[in-house]
Design a protein around this ligand. Structure first.
Ligand code: KIV
Ligand code: ZN
Length: 387
């Protein structure tokens, strides 16, 4: 059965860059954009041109150097924003304007002091303005996660009729459960008559740690674009992490999806973003964390040494990680210790390892991690005592 492509829309340079302390200059943004294109992302959201002259310049410069990916600029549903985005994107070979407005009652009443009817008209209007600059227009219904489905369907139908070619359904506050978000996408697919004229996009935030699960639920129910960031960076608790959705899709072939991401570049890409944005990656982060392929407990180490697949579902090389690591701690067992001695060139039998293991434990109780140098000292002392 042919697989369905899920388009990867990277917003590291826009939603990711909104993280306090992650601000990038144009040179840094260009470096990341080029690496994203090399990674295989389909759409690069390069910035929010009206937000500052620096961001305008970055979007414009990125447009000049990106050859294949679509380059996208964000705007509000405001004519001036859209004009400025259109201007910044004039350099791009494949420009996209991403425009939209809040559609939940929280946004309509509290933020805009408006009505559903007025917001619907503003949504239609902003898409029409954007179409004056490009025929590649994405509309976002901000806080769609908390927007009533019937009204959301009216908005989606109207913006597609006005010329939107992608419709983004953001779970802006990260509130939805995966089945709710999936049902929302299914509702739109089944109730918007012109839905076949646009790609539905998932843009999920991670406030409850559900961004990846929600994006996958969206794709399973008909969405074909996922908006995500490297290392899951983004407002508050972040956005869907690119490396996670890509590897979920690759590991679960039965979903029937594929992406064009070159997965061997995921770890180098993660390091580039982390270093450039000065934002360390948590060690237990899936796919790209320092411990993603480390084994430290005796039970796990024993199983891993017999067959790596016992405790690893991804080969580290597949995602460009340095390789699996056996970390020796007070929780490690004899087989990991024997394996490490062997690697260091010491051929000990079972009895030797039993004795050495007790000595190893007393070092391990003092130190968080036992290093090769510690083991060499133990081994040499043991050999000297037993000749
Ligand atoms: O989270 C959100 O709703 C957004 C939109 C601007 C797309 O980032
Ligand atoms: Zn967002």
């Amino acid at each position: 059965m042919p697989k369905n492509k899920v388009y990867i829309f990277d917003t590291t340079l826009r939603d990711g860059e909104q993280v306090p302390g992650c601000k990038l200059n144009t040179k840094e943004k260009i470096e990341i954009a080029l690496a994203l294109e090399e990674l295989g992302v389909d759409i690069i959201e390069a910035g929010f041109p009206i937000s500052s002259p620096g961001d305008f310049n970055s979007v414009s410069e990125i447009g000049k150097v990106i050859k294949n990916a679509v380059v996208c600029g964000l705007s509000r549903a405001v004519q001036k924003d859209i004009e400025v985005a259109g201007e910044a994107l004039r350099t791009a070979k494949r420009p996209r304007i991403h425009t939209g407005i809040g559609t939940s009652d929280f946004h309509i009443k509290s933020k805009f002091n408006s009505t559903r009817e007025d917001i619907l008209q503003r949504a239609i209007q902003c898409v029409k303005w954007a179409r004056n600059y490009t025929d590649n227009v994405e509309f976002y219904a901000e806080d769609a996660g908390r927007t009533e489905n019937e009204y959301l369907a009216r908005v989606v139908e109207a913006v597609i009729a006005a010329g939107a070619t992608t419709v983004n359904i953001p779970d802006t506050t990260g509130y939805c459960l995966p089945h709710q978000y999936g049902e929302k996408i299914a509702y739109l697919i089944n109730n918007v008559p012109n839905i076949d004229k646009a790609v539905i996009s998932c843009h999920c935030h991670n406030d409850l740690g559900l961004a990846t699960a929600n994006s996958i639920a969206g794709a399973m129910n008909g969405a074909r674009q996922i908006e995500c960031t490297i290392n899951g960076l983004g407002e508050r608790a972040g956005n869907t992490s690119l490396e996670e959705v890509v590897m979920v899709i690759q590991q679960h072939q039965t979903l029937g999806f594929y992406t064009d991401i070159k997965t061997q570049q995921l770890n180098p890409m993660s390091r580039l973003v982390s270093e450039t944005m000065r934002m360390p990656v948590q060690p237990n982060k899936a796919i790209v964390g320092a411990n993603a392929f480390s084994h430290s407990s005796g039970i796990h180490q024993d199983g891993f040494l017999k067959d790596a697949q016992t405790y690893e579902i991804i080969n580290p090389e597949q995602v460009g990680a340095d390789g699996s690591k056996i970390v020796l701690t007070a929780r490690s067992g004899r087989s990991a210790l024997a394996h490490r001695f062997h690697k260091l060139g010491f051929m000990f039998n079972r009895n030797d390892v039993d004795v050495l293991y007790e000595q190893f434990l007393s070092v391990a109780d003092r130190k968080k991690e036992v290093e090769d140098e510690d083991l060499k000292v133990l081994a040499n002392q043991y050999q000297a005592a037993t000749v």
